[in-house]
Design a protein around this ligand. Structure first.
Ligand code: C5P
Ligand code: C5P
Ligand code: C5P
Ligand code: ZN
Length: 475
């Protein structure tokens, strides 16, 4: 059994964290409410269970001082934080010093200045936390260390599948492919027989969407006459020399044979070239896909990208229990409930994008922003902002800042950038943190995607402060 796991650089930290957990009588596991946070919790809780450690799992929309105090008030002596915790290290360390609980943190967000020994984060070892290892990846590294240190016979490599869903859910793929430490996790999953990697059409919905919908709804690449065009999409498919229906019903992409896929994909590329879609965009039509081979074909669970969206559809709507149930193997019909939540989530995303298209964004010198008020739920406004970047009227050469009402007193902010902007110096975790603190709020995250909470009424001052900081970073 390997003691270094998939990410040797993190082995020392993982071992320290595992040993602290193995010393505990029971553990409170706290995690974040998105796809990566849910898969982090699923990976960590499975590993704790296999190590015979009693635990309870709780989810938080955001970890702030109030939430940490709530956790401290619980009877648990050991608290494992996954997919958050690093950014709140100072508050956590203060509770550790006060003897409230012993923290163990497996995260990938930008750490605050304080230090604790039991802190597993790729950024502490020079590994990128936005593209090389996710929260679920950090939890996986910990799971492998727990297995090694606990002397278990159980092999935690099967959890690599969920770690990959977390990384894909956090949009960590670079040029369509997982890289860096994530790569090591993919390799372990393939070796353990739970994952298959392939090159395929990169559109969302290959498992579950009837073919015309797969093409009509594709937002990743805009293909004139097909994208957003129901009749055009049907016409395109009917013009091909392949029988794409079965008993009168459209088939899905995964129902097609390799030859049939080849025919459709080539025709799509040809159609896109003829309609003037740039080669750079056309190249992104094909990418690496990650299949969970133990999951049923034709369900969201089979494809890492569809799986992650299914999870966002639960936890971002206060139903983390449903998402966790799905990750842990459809306990009590969780999959059915998640699918219902998914149709609601997809409708909200599409209405959110429509809102941005209709209302437009306001351009400052160094960023662009919109305030959705109550029109977009604060838990998904970041997803909408990310999907809007680079579409009509939304420039890809400036970061986008999206605001939404959180409650009477507070406004939620989400920001998204691009790889190119980050290479030019953009660090949105700093922008969100500093601009928010300058108006009495707080924030953080990653260089390419970050968020904040600001007091109601301070939105304009916040946007101005953020614009200045972006100017300093990229100027
Ligand atoms: O809280 P957490 O780290 O899980 O969320 C990461 C967020 O950053 C996600 O919303 C993800 O889509 C976004 N992101 C992005 N582009 C990247 C990396 C992350 O939009 N390249
Ligand atoms: O919060 P973050 O930015 O990671 O959210 C991105 C989410 O949006 C992913 O879960 C991704 O699967 C989903 N998405 C989608 N449809 C698209 C593009 C992204 O549901 N066309
Ligand atoms: O909420 P949103 O999807 O915009 O979050 C983007 C990233 O910023 C996530 O990684 C999230 O955990 C982080 N974030 C943060 N502090 C906040 C809000 C968001 O670290 N107050
Ligand atoms: Zn994450």
């Amino acid at each position: 059994m390997s003691t270094t796991g998939p990410v040797p650089d993190l082995a020392g930290r993982a071992t320290a964290c595992a040993d602290r957990l193995l010393d505990a009588d029971e553990v409170l596991l706290a995690s974040h409410i998105d796809a990566d946070g849910l898969t982090s919790a699923a990976v960590a809780s499975t590993a704790l269970e296999r190590a015979d450690l009693p635990f309870e799992t709780v989810f938080k929309k955001q970890l702030d001082e109030t939430e940490i105090a709530t956790i401290a008030a619980r009877e648990y002596d050991t608290v494992l934080f996954t997919d958050f915790g690093s950014g709140q290290l100072d508050a956590i360390a203060a509770h550790e010093r006060a003897g409230d609980f012993q923290p163990v943190i497996a995260d990938h967000h930008q750490p605050a200045d304080a230090e604790t020994e039991y802190h597993l984060n790729p950024l502490l070892e020079g590994i990128n936390g936005a593209s090389e290892l996710s929260g679920a990846g950090a939890a996986y590294v910990l799971a492998r260390a727990l297995e090694a240190r606990g002397g278990q016979s159980a092999d935690n490599r099967d959890l690599a599948a969920l770690a990959v869903v977390g990384a894909v859910g956090d949009m960590q793929a670079v040029g369509g492919e997982l890289v860096g430490a994530n790569r090591g996790i993919v390799d372990e999953g393939v070796a353990a027989g739970v994952l298959a990697e392939g090159t395929d059409l990169s559109l969302y919905g290959k498992q579950t969407r009837p073919l015309p919908k797969l093409f009509e709804y594709a937002t990743e690449v805009q293909i004139p006459g097909v994208s957003g065009d129901e009749a055009g999409s049907v016409r395109f498919l009917e013009g091909l020399d392949v029988d794409l229906k079965e008993a009168g019903e459209w088939r899905t992409w995964v129902d097609l044979t390799d030859d049939e896929r080849q025919t459709v994909a080539s025709a799509l590329v040809k159609h896109a070239v003829q309609r003037g879609v740039p080669a750079k965009k056309i190249n992104t039509l094909v990418g690496t896909t990650y299949e969970l081979v133990d999951e049923p074909r034709g369900t969201e669970l089979r494809d890492a990208s569809e799986f992650s969206t299914l999870l966002n559809a639960t936890a971002r709507y206060e139903r983390a229990d449903v998402g966790l149930g799905v990750c842990l193997g459809d306990r009590d019909g969780a999959l059915d409930r998640a699918q219902t939540l998914l149709s609601n989530h997809r409708r909200n995303l599409s209405e959110g994008l429509e809102y941005v298209r209709r209302e437009g964004v306001t351009h400052e010198d160094h960023l662009q922003w919109f305030d959705a008020g109550e029109a977009i739920r604060e838990t998904i406004v970041g997803i909408v902002a990310g999907m809007a970047l680079g579409t009509d009227g939304v420039s890809a050469s400036k970061p986008i800042v999206a605001l939404a009402r959180k409650n009477e007193a507070e406004t939620k902010v989400s920001s998204r950038g691009t790889g190119t902007l980050v290479r030019e110096g953009l660090d949105l975790s700093v922008v969100m943190g500093e601009a928010a603190r300058s108006v009495g709020g707080d924030g953080g995250g990653h260089d390419i995607a970050a968020g904040a909470t600001v007091p109601a009424g301070e939105e304009r001052a916040f946007v101005d402060a953020a614009d200045d900081i972006v100017a300093d970073q990229t100027g």
